[in-house]
Design a protein. Structure first.
Length: 95
């Protein structure tokens, strides 16, 4: 169950426009690197906190703008992680 404070924080993030800005940064980063990034790599490359990256990536996946079905071993932990890759379509209007 999502805490009430988490829902409130998300609503404030959306209302401020920050969520769409973060989403745009992540989408541009993915489009510039079509082989994709893990969420941790996206955090490092974009400078966004990991919690922001995970939230925006979940939205991007929900909208069908990216895919995270490819798994790789994390170079740091050796655990399986997913790679987020853009789905490029002629009909996609992301911005």
């Amino acid at each position: 169950m999502v805490a009430k404070t988490s829902k409130m924080a998300y609503e404030e993030l959306v209302a401020s426009g920050k969520a769409s800005t973060q989403r745009a940064v992540i989408l541009k980063t993915l489009l510039d690197h079509p082989n994709g990034y893990t969420r941790r790599e996206l955090s490092r490359v974009t400078g966004l906190e990991i919690n922001a990256v995970c939230g925006r990536v979940n939205e991007i996946l929900k909208y069908g703008w990216a895919d995270d079905s490819m798994e790789v071993a994390c170079p740091t932990t050796r655990k399986l992680v997913t790679v987020v890759r853009p789905i490029v379509s002629d009909q996609m209007d992301m911005f």
